[in-house]
Structures are given as C-alpha cells and as structure tokens.
Design a protein around this ligand. Structure first.
Ligand SMILES: Cc1cc2nc3c(=O)[nH]c(=O)nc-3n(C[C@H](O)[C@H](O)[C@H](O)COP(=O)(O)O)c2cc1C
Length: 193
C-alpha cells in the first residue's frame, strides 16, 4: 500500500497547547495510509539573511524534514489575529535562501484551534497568504476552524463530540485526496534527511 508522508507543524510552543491536542486527534482520525512526523520549530534561531550562506544546524534540519515529506500540515493557534511569530520564523527559514524554497509545489493544508469561537479563522487566512507566496499547493476546501473545549477534546487525541469527530475525519480524508491529486501532476520524491 502506498503511504503518504506528512510533516506537520504545531504553531504553538506552549506545553499545554490545544493545537498539539488537535494534532493528536487529526492523526488518530486520518486515513491509514498517511504517516505523520512532527517538524519541530522550537529551537530555531530568529531568521536573518546574514545566515543565508551558512545555515545553522536547526535550520538545515528543518529544510531536510520538509524535503523528506510529501506534504505538510499546519496546526496553528491564532495570536493577535495572525500566526504566531515562531511559526512565521520557521516558514521564513524554510523559504530561503532565495531560489531554495522548501515549500515550492508541496501539498499543504492548514487548520487550527482556539479557545474562542473564531477558531483561528484570521490566522489561517494570514497563513494562507504566506503559503501562497511560498508556492505551496494548498487545500482550499474544506476549511476547519476549531473551537477547543475540554468537553469535546478530553485528551489523548479523543474527540467526544461525534459531529466534530466526523468533520475532522472528513477533513483528513480530503487532505489525503488533495495530496494524491497534487502528487499526480507534481511528483515529489522525498529526499532522505
Ligand atoms: C499572545 C496571544 C495572542 C492571542 N490572540 C488570539 C487571537 O487573536 N484570537 C484567538 O482566538 N485567540 C487568541 N489567543 C488565545 C488562544 O486561542 C489560546 O491561548 C490558545 O490556547 C492558543 O493555542 P495553543 O494552546 O495551541 O497555544 C491568544 C493567546 C495568546 C497567548
């Protein structure tokens, strides 16, 4: 059975991140032929063009992890109506040096959870703009704006609400189909990291 290697970004650095919990649920609900590896962003220094000629090891590892993935999934909170600075910093590293953008043509999807009803809608719009410039091939529908409550997400990737559970299952099935469609016209051989 073919498998699809998905690298996923958690936009939050919080030890109690609700988005990390959402990622656990998404992985549990995903089709069996999707494999997931987190792409860590925590230890990246702040990006500067001064590093372009000699990337630090953390940034080299970031780019290798993206190259080893057939698709990327962003699971992010909304900070002040945009994406967290740590995630934007990681994207900046991955997109450079000029001409060596790791996101070029990669199948991508965005999703996020917040404690408020807006469900990261504005952060996702902001992220979509950034990924568009990076030439990632984004899934445009379905969109998924998740309001996190402990009642719906009690822990360990469980989703207690059947409606939410089936919606997230459908979201991941659509992402898998999106990956297949993109890879059909833009084949991508993961480079070993
Ligand atoms: C700096 C900061 C800014 C925030 N801005 C927003 C916001 O713009 N919209 C929103 O819905 N929630 C906002 N929140 C609340 C987050 O939804 C909440 O902290 C959530 O738990 C963050 O996700 P995480 O647990 O995965 O880190 C903000 C939180 C912080 C710490």
């Amino acid at each position: 059975m073919a498998t699809y290697k998905v690298g996923y970004f958690i936009g939050s650095l919080s030890s109690t991140s609700v988005n990390r919990e959402l990622s656990r649920a998404l992985i549990k609900l995903a089709p069996a032929d999707m494999e997931f590896t987190e792409i860590p962003i925590r230890n990246l220094p702040l990006y500067s063009q001064d590093h372009d000629a000699d990337y630090p090891p953390e940034a080299v590892a970031l780019k290798e992890a993206i190259h080893a993935s057939q698709a990327v999934l962003f699971v992010t909170p909304e900070f002040n109506r945009s994406i967290p600075g740590g995630l934007k910093n990681a994207i900046d590293w991955a997109s450079r040096p000029w001409g060596q953008n790791a996101f070029d043509h990669i199948p991508a999807a965005v999703i996020g959870a917040s404690i408020g009803q807006i469900g990261t809608a504005l952060a996702q719009q902001s992220l979509r703009g950034v990924l568009s410039f990076c030439n990632a091939r984004q899934m445009t529908a379905p969109e998924a704006y998740v309001q996190f409550t402990p009642q719906v997400f009690p822990g360990d990737g469980e989703v207690a609400d059947e409606g939410v559970r089936e919606f997230l299952r459908g979201y991941m099935a659509e992402f898998r189909d999106h990956i297949i469609r993109v890879l059909t016209v833009l084949p991508r051989t993961p480079r070993p990291s």
